[in-house]
Ligand binder design. Sequence first.
Ligand code: ARG
Length: 468
Amino acid sequence: MKLWEGRLHKALDPKTDDFNSSISFDQRMVREDIEGSIAHATMLASCGVLEAQEAEAICTELKHILAQVESGELPIDQTAEDIHTFVEGELTARLGSTGKRLHTARSRNDQVAVDLRLYLKKQCDALYDQLKELVVVLCRKALAHSDTVMPGYTHMQRAQPVTFGHHLLAYAEMFQRDLSRLADTKKRMDVCPLGSGALAGTTYPLDRELTASLLGFSGASQNSLDGVSDRDFCLELASDIAIAMVHLSRFSEEIILWCSWEFKFIELDDAFSTGSSIMPQKKNPDIAELVRGKTGRVVGDLTALLTMMKGLPLAYNKDMQEDKEAIFDAVDTLRMCLTAFIPMVDTMKVLPQNMRKAAAGGFINATDCADYLVGKGLPFRDAYRITGDLVAECMEHGLTLETLPLETYRKYDPHFDEGIYEAISLDTCVNGRKVLGGPAKQNVEAQAKKILQVMGAGPAEKSSDKIG
Ligand code: ARG
């Protein structure tokens, strides 16, 4: 029995039942659907649209239904068209005509819009907490590796030395921006559309501000057409999630490189690695690879949502039922990725000697050699040219800037003296980069502590790395 059997004389062809139904994926909003209904009934009573007793009976029974669903006592009927139909049907089966009064001054169009906002607001909070945890783990690890020298890259070529702590804090910056995007999205999501009706509001004297405040929203939406057809909050959240996934994916790519034999900068804990069915020596970074792989599906979710919305006239269109699977998948995927990723990063073993060895090759201190000459009064462009020649000389003779004899240096420019070796040592190169935002130990420490304070976390406890 469908809701609309008065107007239509045939039941929906069974071949289209599954196609039309959303119960399989909107049942996860059962709590929000019931909370929305309780607020609606309470408001209707306060406005005199429902008798106080009727509203009370409705609210009591709705709470009962929720408790039974959540305890598993009442299975959600998978043949119902959607979660709204299921809850209302169940209520009516129990309360008879009183139950039928709940849908006064309401449509499934404003109902689904309110359910989805309520549900996603909670998901914003859950994602926020997880991202925050990741930032804290990164800062603690950064503190433990504030003076671990590693090569910094551009074009995947060794470029200038940085510290591992500095590299980790680059990700902490990205995830902090993700946090602020989520908070911003939640603010615009925090508007109650209930009372927009099907599209044109209602003739009943509703107190929409009351419904909004009963449900914990900061206000009511201001236009009924927009109230039922706005899905910007899904687009924004999916976009926030896609960006966060891109950050995780870039990080994953680096982790995969770092634990290869070619780099060996880190070793993942065995609990976050897999083996091979045939190659006994293998230890694979599957978790990082999956995070990188799943980024594609989340970008797909965002694309699906944007494409679904782009041609829709006002107000509600059934196309919009497609919003849920996409946004739920994006939320679920990021949550799952973070659940695995955070402890993987927390437990990874850093191999500072290998990082340092890599930083010692590739003429990573060439800029510092040129800067040394600038310190002696040469214009940077001349110093750059001389250093380029020195690098070529080293390569020809299998030397490094550290092992090149002083007399050879002086052949290229008489300004060179013994001080050059100190000037190009890795520690000097790194610790001289004290400029705001630079990789020096003192910067990393100050920045990590500052972020930890913003996150409301202390410096130690969680990270597996000891902080000296
Ligand atoms: N299942 C629908 C959705 O997810 C609920 C709203 C249905 N409204 C309607 N007029 N058919 O969008």
